[in-house]
Design a protein around this ligand. Structure first.
Ligand SMILES: NC(=O)c1ccc[n+]([C@@H]2O[C@H](COP(=O)([O-])OP(=O)(O)OC[C@H]3O[C@@H](n4cnc5c(N)ncnc54)[C@H](OP(=O)(O)O)[C@@H]3O)[C@@H](O)[C@H]2O)c1
Length: 350
């Protein structure tokens, strides 16, 4: 199998760490460059002892240099904060390197919406038209031709995959969508911050980011595209005391209140038939985050509530794998002409 050289900027973060873990077992994407400002000079296996004896562990961590990246890499993952990634993407693309950006910098098609929700100017608006939103189930063909992929946010991935079949089959009133989502603490990143200290997170449960969490316009953008018109929805994230995983409970009013539970579930099953990663659970079964841990699976349950006329969709992913690193690798696979599942066929680490 032909191999491709991968660069990773943001190796010290949680998403970068997950990329390094997954690439250690990938047959065709080989880590060729790992960047961090804080840990430059260390050997990767020294910084991440869990990688010792695995491919990539002998790489020396370096400070990001776009010219060096163009020499060393075919494709670069930018696993850095929003606002930082766009400045890195420009010279990489000029140097002929493909880019998968983990941040929100290229997810929102309208730069004014970006500036309104991220509170800083977009400095690479000329690239927005070529950026492809990286959910392989929705945009595989465009991702395969792309030089720049905007890897989606973790909550948006979980929400959009949960809603996709209901929207595509016209089951729900789009304006009635309410997304009540919970994330493990790794979703907040690895930087030291008081709200994510052990004693602030363990043995408690809280909402945050209301009513303007930054993933709201991203979910609305994709739901609007699926609905064929502008949609506003409610999105409330919560932090739960677990390391990883996202659980979205999504409520929406049924267009046909007499839709039966079997009809609703059949719509989901036929939409996702043949898809390797979306698992529509048997009737009566409800998903759990541990059953998708470390994988690309999205487990979905559909509950029809005839008493309220609502459809309830339960959608569960692993935020670090399907919500970040794994999805980025699936996108890179497509960008390199590899089968989308290459290196990603692993069972959950229950
Ligand atoms: N965590 C998740 O579940 C998740 C899910 C989906 C998407 N994402 C997105 O993925 C990206 C990384 O997230 P994360 O959770 O891994 O964050 P993180 O744990 O806070 O790590 C951020 C990484 O970015 C690097 N970095 C920070 N500022 C930088 C700068 N100005 N220049 C160069 N490098 C810089 C840091 O490296 P040094 O400080 O060592 O240089 C670190 O490796 C973010 O855009 C995030 O929104 C995260």
């Amino acid at each position: 199998m032909k191999t491709y050289r991968v660069g990773l900027v943001g190796i010290t973060g949680y998403a970068g760490m997950e990329v390094a873990r997954l690439l250690a077992g990938h047959p065709a994407l080989k880590l060729a460059m790992a960047c961090s400002r804080a840990e430059a000079g260390k050997r990767l296996g020294e910084f991440y002892p869990f990688l010792e004896h695995l491919p990539g562990s002998d790489i020396a961590i370096s400070v990001f240099d776009p010219e060096k990246a163009a020499q060393l890499c075919d494709i670069v993952f930018l696993s850095v904060p929003a606002g930082t990634a766009m400045g890195m993407a420009v010279p990489l693309l000029v140097g002929g390197v493909k880019v998968v950006d983990f941040s929100a910098d290229f997810r929102l098609r309208d730069p004014q919406v970006y500036e309104e929700w991220y509170n800083h100017a977009h400095t690479a608006t000329e690239l927005l038209a070529q950026a492809v939103y990286g959910i392989p189930e929705l945009y595989a063909e465009q991702i395969g031709k792309a030089r720049l992929v905007a890897n989606p946010g973790c909550y948006p991935t979980c929400s959009i995959l949960g809603l996709y079949a209901a929207l595509r089959c016209g089951l729900i009133e789009e304006e009635s969508i309410v997304i009540d989502a919970k994330s493990g603490t790794s979703g907040a990143g690895r930087k030291a911050a008081v709200p994510t200290l052990f004693c602030e997170v363990a043995d408690t449960f809280r909402a945050y980011g209301l009513p303007r969490h930054r993933h709201t316009p991203e979910i609305e953008q994709e739901v609007s595209l699926l609905a064929g018109r502008d949609v506003r929805l409610s999105f409330t994230p919560h932090l739960v005391p677990m390391n990883r995983g996202i659980f979205a409970t999504i409520y929406a009013r049924l267009k046909n209140p007499r839709l039966t539970a079997d009809e609703a579930r059949d719509a989901f099953i036929s939409t996702w038939e043949g898809n390797r990663w979306i698992r529509v659970l048997p009737r009566g079964a409800l998903p759990e985050v541990r059953y998708v841990r470390g994988t690309m699976f999205c487990d979905v349950s559909v509950v029809n509530d005839p008493r309220t006329g609502r459809l309830i969709v339960l959608s569960v992913i692993d935020n670090l794998c399907r919500g970040a690193a794994g999805q980025a690798i699936a996108n890179a696979n497509l960008m390199c002409g590899l089968p989308v599942e290459t290196g990603l066929t692993v069972a959950p680490s229950v």
